[in-house]
Design a protein around this ligand. Structure first.
Ligand code: CP
Length: 298
């Protein structure tokens, strides 16, 4: 029974398919099944637009009481730890917390009996981004009706990307063939177990899904920089590469996009791009996830 979502690996195939199915029902206008009033707190220690706002809208759709915790005006500024903050929220009868944090696996220290809130990971450092992964899977599933046997390229800033880590794990687990491309300096042998590194131009005409990753300047050392133009020419989705994609292939990006770096700016809303659909699906998969976790709390 799903009670927390910390890593995408927490999900069985059954959990995943139930969430995807429920998200589609909600997208078609199905109403919340929650019968109690729950309180959820959103704690974002890193900046966010998509994840933060889609969780807030999902919470409104479910009729929840919502606390938007602001680290800048909280007792975090007096040195209070994340653990003591969540312990406080649990004592104040908050049912679930949605947390984004800079520290990888921040959630491990929160798994204590006195922390009675359910925990949803909205991104931990370069660790995991399970709800981005769910909206990506929903988008792929809507397009192809399966994950089995699809060829998926994950391209770009792999080593700093929690989106890449979550996606490579679950895509491999559910039968997709995963490939990687991008700067070799951002590839790690830890990825070998999930897929195969290839040259981008070899992958472009072959794959069903071209998943471009954001270049995460904020996580880079000074010596990791490329010029915008050099990165785009070598590792970006240029118009020329876009024209070489299979007609049925789709282009994805978790956002925010560095336009003309990962993708030519004119391709962001191109016919084979699913960027806008991914963001739209994020609202419904997060509604389905919150509903499931709170319903299981009962
Ligand atoms: N994809 C994603 O997590 O975007 P935000 O940082 O805007 O939430």
């Amino acid at each position: 029974m799903l009670t927390n979502l910390l890593s995408i690996d927490d999900l069985s195939l059954e959990d995943l398919m139930t969430l995807l199915h429920r998200a589609e029902e909600l997208k078609q206008g199905s109403k919340s099944i929650l019968t109690k009033k729950y309180t959820v707190a959103n704690l974002f220690f890193e900046n966010s637009t998509r994840t933060s706002i889609s969780f807030q809208l999902a919470e409104k759709k479910l009729g929840l009481d919502v606390i938007n915790f602001n680290p800048q005006t909280s007792s975090i500024q007096k040195g209070e730890s994340l653990y003591d903050t969540v312990l406080t929220l649990a004592a104040l009868e908050v049912d679930a917390v949605v947390i984004r944090h800079t520290q990888n696996e921040y959630y491990k220290e929160l798994l204590q009996n006195s922390i009675t809130c359910n925990i949803i990971n909205a991104g931990d450092g370069s660790g995991q981004h399970p709800t981005q992964c769910l909206l990506d899977l929903m988008t792929i599933y809507e397009e192809f009706g399966t994950l089995q046997g699809l060829k998926v390229a994950i391209v770009g800033d792999l080593s700093h990307s929690r989106v890449a880590r979550s996606n490579m794990m679950i895509l491999k687990k559910f039968g997709s063939q995963v490939y990687f491309a991008g700067p070799k300096t951002w590839y790690s042998s830890e990825f070998d177990q999930f897929g195969e590194y290839k040259a981008l131009d070899e992958l472009v005409p072959e794959v069903d899904v071209m998943m471009m990753l954001r270049v995460q300047h904020e996580r880079h050392d000074a010596n990791e920089s490329f010029t915008k133009e050099a990165y785009h020419a070598q590792y970006g989705l240029t118009k020329t590469r876009y024209q070489q994609l299979k007609e049925t292939a789709i282009v994805m990006h978790p956002g925010p996009i560095n336009r003309d770096v990962e993708l030519d700016s004119e391709l962001v809303e191109a016919p084979q791009s699913r960027f806008v659909k991914q963001m739209h699906n994020g609202l419904y998969i997060r509604t389905a996830l919150l509903e499931t976790i709170l319903h299981n709390r009962a």
